[in-house]
Design a binder for this molecule. Structure first.
Ligand code: 4AD
Ligand code: MG
Length: 463
C-alpha cells in the first residue's frame, strides 16, 4: 500500500479528488459539530488539514483518539479550503487510527520546545518543524553533492572505515583493536604485541578517507568519497562531533588553484540546489532560526569568495582593532575567533586562506618553494569558521619522505602511499567538506548536534 505523500497532495491535489493520506497528528481544533486536525508525514513543512464532522465514520469515537502524535490513515475527498495559507483540505470519510499518543505522557506538545530538550528525545524530535526542515535540507545537500560530482564524471569511491593510518596525524583516533590500547599512542606501537589482535596491527576508525581517495585518484583521475569519519577530540563545542560525515574529492593533474576553483563552484552549486528544491524549508529557517539565512545563501551564490594567504591574514589580524582571546602571530594556527573575524567582519563572505606554515599542517601537503609554507587552503564561512580543509598534495617522493620523518612517522608504514609517488606520480589536490558544518551554514542552526539525526559527542551516544 503506497499512499500519496502529503507534499504531493498539497502541490497537485485537485478539489473532488478522492484519496488516502497517512501521517501523524500535529494539532487538533474542535468546534461545534466539526473539528480540524493537521496531519504531517514528514514530506513537507506544511501538513494537510483534515476536516471531520458527523459524516465521518464513528465521528465522536475517532475524535477522542486524535491527539497530537497519533498516527492515522485518512480517506476522503479534497475540497477547497476556506482557511488561510492552504489551497485545499481533506474532508474525512473514514479515519483509521493506527496508534494513539497519550497527551499526558507524549513529550511533544503544541508549543515551542528548546533544542536542548529536543536532544533528550532524539527518537521523537524529527516530528518537529525544525528538525523536519533540517533533515530534508540535509537530504537535499547530499543529493546536490552527488549530482555535482556525477555531472562532472567524478567516480564515487568507498574508502574504509577501519584503517591502519592516521591521515591527519593529530592523534584523535578511536581504537578498534581488541586489545585495550587506549593509552598507547601510535608512535609507541612497536612496544606492543599485536599478533593476537584481529588485524595483527593497530587499527582505528578513520579520521578521513583522503589517503585512500588519493590511491583511487591515481587510477581514475577524479574521485570523491562521502562517508562517516570519526575523531576522538574532546571538544565540546557547537561545531564538533565525534562522528561526522565528510565529502572528499581528489583530483589528479590538479594544483591548489584548481582545487579552490572546484570548492567554490561546489559550494555555490549546493546552495543553488537547496534554494530551488527546499524553498519552503529555507524560508522557515529565515523566519524562525536566523534572519540572515536567505541573504547569506544568495551572497554565496552571487559573489566571488575572498582569497588571502595565511601571511596576509596574519597581518590583517594584527592590525584589527579587536581584542582577541588567543594570540595572533605568524606560525600559530588560526583560532575560530580569528577565522570568524576574517570572514564575518572583514570580508563579509566566505574566505579562502592559503599557504599555511608547514609546522601546523599535515605531512601530505605540498611544500611551497619558500620551504616555510605548504599549498594548503581552508574555506572559512561566516558564523561557522572552517567548513572546508584541503591542499595540493606532495607528489615528490624525496620531499614527502622528509616531511613524513619530520612529523615522527615512518615512511615504511606508508609504503603504499610512497609507491604512488614512485610509480607515475602526478600533481594532485583535494579537499574535505564537513557535511554537518555545511548543513549548519545552510540552515543557520547554531548547534551541530541538531543537524545530524544521531549525534555522537563526548559523554553522549544515545541509542
Ligand atoms: O580539515 P580537516 O581535518 O581535513 C581533512 O581531514 C583532510 N584529510 C581533507 C582532505 O583534504 N581530503 O577536516 C575537513 C573538514 C573541516 O574543514 C570541517 O569542516 C570538518 O571536516 N570537521 C569536522 N566536522 C565536525 N566535527 C568535527 N570534529 C570535525 N573535524 C573536522
Ligand atoms: Mg582543517
Amino acid at each position: 500500500m503506497i499512499n500519496r505523500r502529503i507534499k504531493d497532495i498539497l502541490h497537485s491535489g485537485e478539489a473532488e479528488e478522492k484519496l488516502t493520506a497517512c501521517g501523524w497528528v500535529r494539532t487538533k481544533r474542535e468546534l461545534k459539530g466539526f473539528a480540524f486536525i493537521e496531519v504531517n508525514d514528514g514530506s513537507s513543512l506544511a501538513g494537510l488539514q483534515v476536516v471531520l464532522d458527523e459524516n465521518t465514520l464513528d465521528y465522536e469515537a475517532v475524535l477522542k483518539k486524535l491527539n497530537t502524535g497519533a498516527s492515522v490513515e485518512v480517506t476522503g475527498v479534497l475540497v477547497p479550503s476556506q482557511g488561510k495559507g492552504q489551497r485545499i483540505e481533506l474532508k474525512a470519510q473514514t479515519i483509521k487510527v493506527y496508534g494513539e499518543a497519550d497527551p499526558e505522557t507524549y513529550p511533544l506538545q503544541k508549543k515551542r520546545h528548546s533544542f536542548e530538550f529536543l536532544r533528550t528525545i532524539g527518537h521523537l524530535r524529527n516530528r518537529t518543524n525544525s528538525l523536519g526542515a533540517v533533515l530534508r535540507v540535509r537530504n537535499a545537500c547530499a543529493t546536490a553533492i552527488h549530482q555535482f560530482f556525477q555531472e562532472r564524471e567524478f567516480l564515487w569511491v568507498h574508502t574504509p572505515i577501519i584503517t591502519a593510518s592516521d591521515c591527519e596525524g593529530a592523534g584523535e583516533l578511536f581504537n578498534v583493536t581488541n586489545l585495550d590500547l587506549k593509552n598507547v599512542p601510535l608512535t609507541d606501537k612497536k612496544e606492543v604485541d599485536y599478533s593476537k589482535d584481529f588485524f595483527a596491527k593497530p587499527t582505528y576508525l578513520t579520521v578521513s578517507g583522503q589517503l585512500e581517495a588519493e590511491v583511487m585518484a591515481m587510477s581514475f583521475s577524479n574521485v570523491y568519497t562521502f562517508g562517516p569519519t570519526f575523531r576522538a577530540e574532546n571538544s565540546n563545542t557547537s561545531r564538533h562531533l565525534a562522528e561526522f560525515w565528510m565529502v572528499e574529492p581528489e583530483m589528479a593533474f590538479c594544483d591548489l588553484n584548481g582545487d579552490m576553483d572546484l570548492a567554490e563552484e561546489f559550494l555555490k552549486y549546493i546552495f543553488q540546489y537547496v534554494l530551488k528544491h527546499c524553498s519552503e524549508d529555507m524560508e522557515f529557517f529565515n523566519l524562525r532560526i536566523d534572519k540572515t539565512v536567505l541573504e547569506t545563501a544568495n551572497n554565496i551564490i552571487d559573489n566571488k569568495f575572498e582569497r588571502v594567504t595565511y601571511t596576509e591574514a596574519i597581518k590583517l589580524l594584527e592590525k584589527a582593532k579587536v581584542k582577541f582571546e588567543y594570540p595572533v602571530s605568524w606560525g600559530l594556527d588560526l583560532q575560530s575567533e580569528h577565522e570568524r573575524y576574517l570572514c564575518e567582519k572583514l570580508f563579509k563572505k566566505p574566505t579562502i586562506v592559503t599557504d599555511y606554515p608547514t609546522e601546523i599542517k599535515a605531512f601530505y601537503m605540498r611544500l611551497n618553494d619558500d620551504e616555510k609554507t605548504v599549498a594548503a587552503m581552508d574555506i572559512l564561512a561566516p558564523k561557522i569558521g572552517e567548513i572546508i580543509g584541503g591542499s595540493q598534495r606532495e607528489e615528490r617522493l624525496d620531499v614527502l619522505e622528509r616531511r613524513v620523518k619530520a612529523q615522527g612517522l615512518e615512511p615504511e608504514d606508508l609504503w603504499w602511499y610512497m609507491d604512488l609517488r614512485r610509480y607515475g606520480t602526478v600533481p594532485h589536490a583535494g579537499f574535505g567538506l564537513g557535511f554537518e558544518r555545511l548543513v549548519q551554514f545552510m540552515t543557520g542552526m547554531t548547534n551541530i548536534r541538531d543537524v545530524i539525526p544521531f549525534p555522537r559527542t563526548p559523554q553522549s551516544a544515545e541509542f
